[in-house]
Write a protein that binds this ligand. Structure first.
Ligand SMILES: O=C(O)CCC(=O)C(=O)O
Length: 288
């Protein structure tokens, strides 16, 4: 791959800042995709304790999620530590330094129609800040209608919404993140799906090697609606930039890092760091 300072253009940085998402084309080479595909097959066959089935339909088609497995699956760890992803995230966010937060996988069996509810990510996280991103990276080709969808510009809406409780999908006690809309003065989450014509919704036909990098305050969801002969395998990594600080949330967190952060000496207000959240890219000082 050529110099990433040239790969990430001013237009990419501008689009990410204004739209909240940018789709980078062919920035991850096939060796990484092959390795991650092998790691993901083992992950799905032997999920971590965080592995969850989000949906099984009447045809037995499954939507599966797992996260924070990078320390157990060598291919994931290698990708996190040594692929261009950290630098891509840092350059797109236009920050000075990037720490890794966590990995997640989303798999759907062939023909699955299950759609992820629209939501924002950062309100569930054990950190707070604007300089965040998720890198949604399909390991197989995905058509625009089946790819993750983004509500353009929504990362910059200055509104705190009551989010979806993903715990309701799994029924698992550990996943409950319950927002008290009235008590916490939150706006109800907008019905994007029911009023699609009112929003500018972005998504793309994507190939392995492409990555959609989006701000974690971005409203996103959808995916699914697969063609009868297509499955979907997505490897996702989350990255934290300059203004992000630890924050524990009273409504719950998913994934909840509060215990492990506390064990690692991190408290609310701290900048993340240490072996669980390593700094993996820092901008070179400009020569004067
Ligand atoms: O791929 C999906 O269906 C969900 C992805 C998602 O919500 C995320 O990456 O935050």
């Amino acid at each position: 791959m050529s110099n990433l300072a040239d790969v990430i253009t001013h237009q990419h940085i501008f689009d990410f800042a204004t739209d909240g998402v940018v789709c980078l084309r062919q920035v991850i080479n096939p060796d990484w995709i092959e390795a991650l595909t092998a790691g993901l097959a083992r992950n799905v066959a032997d999920p971590s304790p965080r592995g969850r089935v989000w949906n099984t339909d009447e045809h037995g088609r499954v939507t599966f999620y797992d996260s924070q497995v990078w320390q157990e699956i060598p291919e994931y760890r290698d990708f996190v530590e040594n692929s261009p992803m950290a630098e891509l995230a840092g350059r797109v966010m236009n920050v000075e330094a990037v720490n890794f937060f966590f990995d997640a996988i989303f798999t759907r069996s062939t023909g699955s129609q299950f759609r992820t509810p629209f939501h924002q990510d950062e309100p569930y996280w054990s950190v707070e800040g604007f300089d965040t991103c998720s890198a949604w990276m399909p390991l197989v080709p995905v058509a625009k209608r089946s790819a993750l969808e983004f509500v353009r510009g929504s990362h910059a809406w200055d509104v705190r919404y009551a989010q979806t409780n993903f715990g309701a999908l799994t029924g698992d006690e550990r996943d409950q993140v319950v927002y008290d809309q009235v008590e916490d003065n939150l706006e109800p989450f907008p019905d994007i799906e029911g009023n699609r014509e009112q929003y500018e919704i972005l998504s793309w036909d994507m190939e392995p090697g492409d990555v959609a990098i989006f701000n974690a305050r971005m409203i996103h969801g959808g995916s699914g609606l697969l063609h009868p002969d297509r499955d979907l395998k997505v490897f996702n990594t989350q990255w934290l930039g300059d203004d992000v600080r630890v924050m524990f949330r009273p409504e719950g967190m998913d994934p909840d890092h509060s215990q492990v952060m506390t064990e690692h000496g991190l408290a609310p207000g701290d900048r993340v760091g240490g072996p669980l959240y390593p700094e993996l890219w820092r901008r070179e000082p400009v020569a004067v």
